[in-house]
Design a protein around this ligand. Sequence first.
Ligand code: PMP
Length: 411
Amino acid sequence: MLLVDLIKQVPGVTQVNLMLVKDSPLKGEELTHALTFIGEDDCYLEVRKETGKPLRYFLFTKDTLDSEERMTSFSEYVKSSLFNEETFKTRNFAAGPCPLPSDAVKRIQAAVQEGSILEMSHRSAEFEAILNEAKTLFYQLSGLSPEEYEILFLQGGASLQFVMAPMNIKAFLAKDKIKGSYLVNGYWSQKAFEAGSQVCTCSADVMEDADFVHYVSNDTVEGIQLPPQTFPGKIVVCDASSDILLVETPKADIIYAHSQKVLGVAGVTIVAVRKALLYHSSLLPDVLNYQTYAKTNSIYNTPPIFSIFTVKEVLESLKNLSLKVETSTKGGYLRSYLGSSEFYKVTGNSLVTVCFTCPREEQLLTFLETRGIVGVKGHRSKGGLRISLYPWCSSADVAFLVSSLQQFEKF
Ligand code: PMP
């Protein structure tokens, strides 16, 4: 009862009902949700402002009531959660597709409502202006120079680049066979290696006689980040899909990043190619040749107009942020909390994709969901937990996440 009294002190609370889950009015999904989190003999707390819909409900184990200290800590948690608008916000930390900046979403919604963007011709001057604006913003934000690099907007995702990049290098070198060295340190670099092996001779070691080296700057499954890599005398290719613009731009000759993470909605991949590598070759079908897209300003066939438009809007939102400083502050803060905890075990080294494990992971996911924190489940191939810190998750969101993790640690 003490618990109920404590929570009743919160201004505005008119009714607090405490009961066992099995006796509660929970039904269907809510009941399943409660039972995954705790057992049927555990407790349910319903807080109402007035009669009508419950303001919020909380679940906790029965032994919370046995210890005054745990009960006070739980009631403090309930009190701090109630009437705090921040508590009711959904925070999506998914690796991708993931949320976009809210101001960009508003502009995209307005354009869809008007209908113009969905019906626009890819041969129109209007679309070309959108594409050129996206290009200019990308040059500006990445620091890549328009004299040295061509920016292409391609389809087929990052996965197509796993083969398209080696095929173009082969055409450029005009060789029948080429050798690629792959820095394999995670799921995506392994995928790139396997796909590359279908079009050239690949090794997971850095070979003296390699024609090119491929690496992934942020392996999004394990959360392993590599700083810009250079290999004098070799062509360097970098998959920067999940940390492009958030860290120093790779010094590679071919840099690619799909949308759906930092850049916009899925459907387009930005490829920055050193101009010196663009080469017409009879060894390569035009549709796979970077030069085809460079010559046609990426309008060789029908481009994904809507996706390119979202990239432009997202870049527009990003241009006012201090992306590198914010990324290292948020990532550093989260990693240092997880690193100092005895309950959580942080893995990898990434400041953008923070992977960790802990006891009772399923329960933690359910608990976080009750606080509106979603997208935390690790990649299906590896399990564990994963937090992606893309630009539109703020420092306040990370602080809220950390306080929730701290709370769970205490339960
Ligand atoms: N590279 C990295 C680093 C990724 O995170 C992903 C997907 N999340 C891919 C490549 C594959 O991208 P796509 O689905 O666009 O082929």
